[in-house]
Design a protein around this ligand. Structure first.
Ligand SMILES: [Fe+2]
Ligand SMILES: [Fe+2]
Length: 194
């Protein structure tokens, strides 16, 4: 699947707002890929398709996840929107023949992260949060960090996400905590460098 075909698929499937979000994520993901010496084409493609299953009703996401053994934690049963990443990757592969595992992994891990994420996965995760249409407290610092150091950007992004979930009284997915711990332990302990 090339990016032009992907844009057609996403435009036909998502609302105009989500389509525009996807294009902005693709743009930022390409820019980040260029900065970090990654494959810009894969980054752009991952950006365009990442929210393929966004907006599907929770019961449908759950039913696909149950049928194809994609459930990982009971939090997903209570917050099925989290499944749009995993289910999206599954549907892109099954229904559209997307077979690039690196791109599929990036789609799969774009909401919760993954222990052992590749740089392409980190780029998509961060581009989704810092694209120019986003605005939340702390975004400018996150934009700076993300363009400088993917791991530091990831930890900052996860911290902001965890704080938001707690403020909103939302459930925390255990994988997010594992990913944060894993990233933190790989970073230099001197936080003044951040
Ligand atoms: Fe998403
Ligand atoms: Fe998104």
């Amino acid at each position: 699947m090339d990016e032009i075909r992907a844009e057609e698929i996403i435009r036909a499937r998502l609302s105009e707002n989500r389509y525009q979000h996807s294009r902005r994520v693709a743009m930022v993901a390409r820019e980040m890929a260029r900065t970090f010496g990654l494959d810009e084409t894969k980054a752009g493609l991952a950006g365009i398709v990442h929210d393929y299953a966004k907006g599907m009703p929770g019961y449908e996401l759950l039913s696909i996840a149950r049928e194809h053994d994609l459930l990982e934690d009971e939090v997903e049963e209570k917050s099925p929107d989290l499944l749009h990443a995993t289910v999206g990757a599954f549907l892109l592969s099954r229904d559209h023949g997307l077979d690039d595992e690196e791109v599929l992994n990036a789609v799969r891990s774009h909401t919760l992260g993954r222990v052992g994420m590749t740089d392409l996965e980190k780029v998509l995760f961060l581009a989704d949060l810092i694209e120019p249409g986003r605005d939340f407290p702390g975004i400018e610092r996150l934009r700076c960090l993300a363009m400088r150091n993917l791991d530091q950007g990831m930890v900052q992004a996860i911290d902001l996400t965890l704080r938001y979930c707690m403020d909103q009284g939302r459930l925390i997915h255990p994988r997010t905590v594992l990913v944060r711990n894993n990233l933190l332990s790989s970073l230099p302990s001197d936080r003044t460098l951040w």
